[in-house]
Design a binder for this molecule. Structure first.
Ligand code: LLP
Length: 419
């Protein structure tokens, strides 16, 4: 979605240099047109299937982004009562919300039931028992799926792999079988769904197929044992292109694998993509504060830091970095860092870029997912602004946090209490 009109750099039709001058840096900019195109691509790949796309809100939970999902009648995959609240604020229909995660509290379950969410993806027996107690106390019946751990190596970064037996997610097939066999003991939980999610940033179809086959085999087994399965949730995880040479799986190929593995399933399919819908729609705009000589390479010190974009520090993730102005310049190799007082506050090591000067505007690409949503105010750096762009227009969808907002709720210890 980045292009140029002569020397003017455009992102979704908006002059990004002018935008950065108006709203300052660091700022996340998201292209609404790109997000819509992704939604359309996925929905058209799903044509003919009884499928519900539940956007994984954790990828980018800005209310304006959630609103785009709501406008396209998508649901949401949530992992906390906070995400539930955001999604409802954005107009996502509660019946289209699924609730995943290993640590749902009884209170969160109560809120979700009161809101009328579609389904709980349960990850432990304790959760099943808690949901039974909560639903009984509210005199209602909760719909639930068991999240199975298919024990598949998703071949992605260890910190975002979730489908191995040793990971904290889901339950083994023996445990899941036991839940169905004893479903009568949980009268306030209608257990009629299966769920699996093996990891994030998946770039290969083979592990996805393997997981789907395990889910399908289990569904066949349950069906033959007389258990009605109304919903199969295949999770999220579809990867995107962070650097040249990476070849993400196309939506049609992904959906073809689902069609093939779950052929004959006549219930509802649920998909929970997060990153794939939003990552490539986002850039982080940042300026060079200064260039500092270094032992190996000069340090390019940016005004964005690990508190704004954690992925490089946490996963050693690669993000393309590009100067906004297109003037041809000689190349230089830099260590690209932020101002936070940690060596890990490094966006890239030994990265070759057009030579930069203090004040230059840069774009850090593919930051629409797990960028702003993982940000913090570490080092007392206020949260960055977020801007939604749409065919030549922009709207500030999160204004830059003020210092007052940053310390809101903090106070001097004046009122002391004893317990
Ligand atoms: N469903 C479940 C149950 C999940 O745990 C996740 C992601 C998703 C769906 C969405 O996955 P996606 O389609 O976005 O890959 N912070 C990491 C990614 C963590 C993903 C956690 N779970 C990163 O920046 O790479």
């Amino acid at each position: 979605m980045t292009s140029r009109a002569g020397s003017v750099p455009l992102f979704d039709g908006v002059d990004i240099a002018a935008l950065a001058s108006r709203v300052g840096t660091p700022t996340y900019a998201y292209s609404a047109s790109t997000i819509r195109a992704r939604i359309d691509e996925l929905l058209s790949a799903l044509t003919g299937l009884n499928a519900l796309v539940c956007y994984a809100a954790k990828a980018n939970s800005n209310v304006a982004v959630l609103q785009l999902m709501a406008e396209h009648e998508l649901g949401a995959d949530i992992v906390s009562a906070g995400e539930l609240w955001r999604c409802l604020q954005a107009g996502i229909r509660p019946g289209r919300i699924v609730f995943s995660g290993v640590g749902k509290t009884a209170e969160e379950m109560r809120e979700a039931l009161a809101a009328g969410i579609g389904r709980f993806n349960l990850e432990s027996r304790d959760e099943l028992e808690t949901l039974q107690a909560v639903a009984a106390s509210m005199n209602t019946v909760a719909r639930a799926a068991v999240r199975i751990n298919p024990d598949v190596d998703a071949r992605t970064h260890a910190k975002i792999s979730t489908g191995r037996a040793e990971n904290k997610f889901g339950v083994g097939l023996d445990e899941a079988r036991d839940w169905f066999d004893h479903a009568a003991g949980f009268p306030n939980v209608r257990l009629d769904g299966l769920h699996a999610h093996i990891g994030s940033q998946l770039l290969e179809l083979a592990p996805i197929r393997q997981a789907l086959q395990r889910v399908a085999a289990f569904w066949h087994e349950l069906r033959d044992a007389g258990h009605a399965i109304a919903s199969i949730d295949v999770g999220g995880g579809l990867g995107v292109r962070y650097r040249e040479g990476e070849r993400p799986i196309a939506a049609v190929g992904y959906v073809a694998a689902i069609r093939e593995a779950l052929a004959g399933f006549d219930g509802r399919l649920v998909l929970e993509p997060g990153r794939w819908l939003v990552a490539e729609a986002g850039v982080l705009l940042t300026r060079v504060i200064r260039i500092k000589p270094g032992a190996n390479h000069p340090f390019l010190v940016l005004d964005a830091a690990m508190n704004d974009l954690l992925r490089p520090s946490l996963y050693e993730a690669w993000h393309d970095i590009e100067p906004v102005d297109a003037q041809p310049r000689p190349l230089e190799t830099y260590d690209v860092v932020g101002p936070v007082c940690e060596t890990g506050d490094t966006f890239a090591r030994a990265r070759t870029l057009p030579r930069c000067n203090a004040g230059d505007l840069l774009m850090i690409h593919t930051t629409g997912a797990y960028g702003a949503s993982m940000a913090s105010t570490y080092n007392s750096r206020p949260l960055a602004a977020e801007v939604l762009l749409d065919s030549g227009r922009y709207a500030e969808v999160r204004r830059r946090q003020t210092w007052q907002e940053m310390i809101a709720g903090e106070q001097a210890a004046r009122h002391w209490h004893t317990t």
